[in-house]
Design a protein around this ligand. Structure first.
Ligand SMILES: Cc1cc2nc3c(=O)[nH]c(=O)nc-3n(C[C@H](O)[C@H](O)[C@H](O)COP(=O)(O)O)c2cc1C
Length: 342
């Protein structure tokens, strides 16, 4: 459990935050990314209604380990009392902070008035935040989009509201809800919001390299950056970004041991998932980590045809044994995971 001051101190010492990603930033992946240098980690979005009904699947999504600290649990919902009660459960479980999702563009969530739909109803957002902040002692943070659409980009108003309600930080994915994952995140807009804001602002969107992460920090003055898909293409991104940020040298040839990395990930996943899920997760991560390396397409084909965890590991380790010294190709123009909950 942490106080707002402790959470902000942690952010200051390592401002590179793992963005929440449904189906990806689970218990295993958060521990793995923390080991690889992520500063703060957040769970994927969890339904506040699911917590109310004590759904087993929901409670599993909320599990974490001490090595992940500071770790936040992200909630979504539209009802102030249900959200406040869910936040209390998060606090009782010992998480360091509650993050509320106001960025999810998915129709199933938006139709109920949750996720990014709340960007269109700031009085409702204020009620939800007020109820949640007064229910817990741990920090409450929010993650938003720049606005609902191009005509209603109101992240600055949301930041003002969040400050008045005692929110600890606002993370902004620099796309509108209408954009979904199209176009580019607007970092000039994030910088404008940051310049006016009275509380810490975190920027998010399209950071694919460690250098970009540090550059975004320096150019926009944000207090931290969230990195999502970039960590799937380059799992060393956090370590490298922190090293550059702290003015240390990064020796790529020493630090990029993909075989060791994949074995560490497999250990984490097998510890938390049954064999079926382990196989699915390892296939996905192998395919993502291979992006930009020669033979990635063939690896993906072979790995998706493999029938056992042992086979997946053998194919992946053989592939990764050959990539440590190769420069990763720039694949930033290729669409990559253009859908998600925030
Ligand atoms: C597969 C996937 C799942 C996502 N799930 C969530 C989520 O559960 N909660 C959330 O706030 N954002 C979610 N997002 C959005 C990311 O946190 C992030 O805002 C977005 O991917 C842009 O950042 P990036 O370019 O660094 O990936 C998800 C994104 C992806 C690609």
């Amino acid at each position: 459990m942490s106080s707002p001051v402790q959470l902000l101190q942690a952010l200051k010492s390592n401002p590179f935050v793992l963005a929440p990603m449904a189906g990806i930033t689970d218990h295993a992946f958060r521990s793995f990314m923390k080991e690889l240098g992520a500063g703060v980690v957040v769970s994927e979005l969890v339904s506040s209604d699911g917590i109310r009904f004590k759904s087993g699947r929901t409670l599993k999504l909320m599990s974490f380990a001490d090595c992940q600290r500071p770790v936040g649990i992200q909630l979504f919902g539209d009802d102030p009392q249900v959200m406040a009660d869910a936040a209390k459960v998060v606090e009782e479980m010992g998480a360091d902070f509650v993050d509320i999702n106001f960025g999810c563009p998915v129709p199933k969530v938006v139709r109920k008035g949750a996720g990014s739909a709340m960007l269109k109803d700031l009085p409702a957002m204020a009620k939800l935040l007020s109820a949640t902040v007064s229910a817990v002692r741990i920090p409450v943070t929010i993650k938003i989009r720049s606005g609902w659409d191009a005509h209603s980009r109101n992240a600055d108003e949301v930041a003002k509201l969040a400050y008045n309600e005692g929110i600890t930080w606002v993370a902004i994915h620099g796309r509108t809800r209408a954009q979904a994952y199209e176009g580019q995140a607007d970092w000039d807009f994030i910088a404008e919001v940051k310049a006016k804001a009275q509380l810490p602002i975190l920027g998010n969107g399209d950071i694919l390299t460690a250098k970009q992460a540090v550059l975004r920090m320096a150019q926009t003055g944000v207090d931290g950056v969230l990195i999502g898909r970039g960590a799937l293409k380059d799992p060393f991104i956090f370590k490298d970004a922190l090293a550059i940020w702290l003015g240390q040298q990064t020796d790529k040839t020493l630090s990029r041991n993909y075989v060791y990395l994949f074995q560490r990930l497999a250990l984490q996943i097998t510890a938390h998932c049954d064999d079926h899920i382990t196989q699915i997760q390892l296939k996905k991560f192998a395919a993502w980590f291979a992006t930009g390396y020669p033979g990635a397409a063939l690896l993906r084909k072979n790995i998706y045809q493999s029938k056992s965890t042992e086979e997946v590991m053998a194919i992946a380790l053989q592939f990764f044994a050959g990539v440590d010294l190769i420069e990763q190709e720039d694949t930033s123009q290729d669409g990559f995971l253009m859908g998600g909950h925030g």
